[in-house]
Design a protein around this ligand. Structure first.
Ligand SMILES: [Zn+2]
Length: 275
C-alpha cells in the first residue's frame, strides 16, 4: 500500500529573489526552500519573509524537523530566529535541529542564545560531511568560494537525489561535487565579469563577484547533466533579463530542461521519474 505523504518529495520555493537589491526591494519574494522529503519537512535558507511566505502558503513550521543555513548572509538567514520559534511552538514543543556553518554560530551568532534551548540541538556543517534525518540524508561536499563560510547540499531521499548549489563563485571541481538528477542553482548575475566602477561607492560595490552568472550556469548544467535544472535566487540583472527567458535559452544551449523558479512554485520530484 502506498502511503502518499511518505512517497512524495516536493520543493516549495518560498521566494526567488537573491542578493541585496532584489531582497531589499522585494521585487520577488525571499524566504528559502521548503522541502517535504518523504514526509520529513526541512527549511533551507530562511531569508527575509520566510515566516510570511510559509504561513501564506499554509506550510506549518511546527512540522519542520530541521532548518539548514547554507551561510550567514541575511538573504539566507534573516528569519532563522522566528522560524525556530515557529517550529517549536514558541518553545513549548521542543524539537528540531539547526544546521549551519561554524561562522554563522560563533563570534556573531545568527541565532539568539535563548532559542537554542527550544531545539534538540545545533549541528555544525563541515566540508565533506553527511547528515541524516529519518530516511533522508544530505551532505555538504565542498566549501564554496564566498565571503563567508558557505556550503551547498546534495539531498538523498528513498527515491531521488537533488543538489542545491548555494552562493559561490564558480571554481574547478564545483560540478563534480553536485552530480544529481536535479540541480537547483542560485543564479545572481548575467555576466561573470562585473564592470567595477573605480570610484565605486557603497551603492556600487565591487564585491559581488563571488556569485554564479549565466555563463557559469550553462557550464555547470552541461557538465553535471541533470535531468532538470531549476534557477532561483535571482539578482537584479537576471530579473531584468527575465529569468524564464534565460531558462529557455539555457535549455536550448544545454539540451537539459531548465526551469526558472517562481515565487511559491512547488516542484514535485516525481517529474524526474518520467524523463
Ligand atoms: Zn551570500
Amino acid at each position: 500500500m502506498r502511503n502518499d505523504n511518505l512517497s512524495v518529495d516536493t520543493i516549495t520555493f518560498l521566494g526567488t529573489a537573491g542578493a541585496r537589491f532584489m531582497v531589499a526591494r522585494q521585487l520577488a519574494a525571499s524566504g528559502g526552500l521548503w522541502l517535504n522529503l518523504s514526509g520529513t519537512e526541512i527549511l533551507v535558507d530562511p531569508g527575509p519573509g520566510s515566516i510570511v511566505q510559509s504561513t501564506k502558503r499554509k506550510l506549518r513550521a511546527d512540522k519542520l524537523s530541521a532548518i539548514i543555513l547554507s551561510h550567514r548572509h541575511l538573504d539566507h538567514s534573516a528569519d532563522v530566529n522566528i522560524m525556530v520559534e515557529a517550529m517549536t511552538n514558541g518553545g513549548f514543543n521542543r524539537h528540531g535541529w539547526l544546521f549551519a556553518p561554524a561562522d554563522a554560530l560563533e563570534t556573531e551568532p545568527v541565532i539568539f542564545s535563548y532559542l537554542k534551548n527550544y531545539i534538540e540541538g545545533i549541528k555544525v556543517l563541515e566540508e565533506g560531511k553527511s547528515y541524516s534525518m529519518g530516511n533522508i540524508s544530505f551532505n555538504t561536499p565542498v566549501r564554496h568560494i564566498h565571503p563567508v563560510e558557505t556550503y551547498g547540499m546534495v539531498f538523498r531521499t528513498p527515491r531521488h537525489t537533488f543538489a542545491y548549489i548555494a552562493d559561490t563563485r564558480y571554481f574547478a571541481g564545483l560540478c563534480q561535487n553536485y552530480a544529481s538528477e536535479l540541480l537547483i542553482i542560485n543564479l545572481v548575475f548575467m555576466e561573470s565579469k562585473l564592470l567595477v566602477n573605480p570610484s565605486a561607492t557603497l551603492m556600487e560595490p565591487g564585491l559581488p563577484v563571488d556569485h554564479l552568472s549565466m555563463p557559469d550556469a550553462e557550464r555547470i548544467i552541461k557538465e553535471v547533466k541533470p535531468k532538470i535544472a531549476i534557477l532561483s535566487h535571482f539578482g537584479m540583472s537576471v530579473w531584468k533579463a527575465k529569468p524564464w527567458e534565460i531558462a529557455q535559452r539555457l535549455s536550448q544551449q544545454t539540451g537539459v530542461r531548465v526551469i526558472a523558479a517562481r515565487d511559491g512554485m512547488k516542484f514535485d520530484l516525481a517529474q524526474l521519474d518520467d524523463n
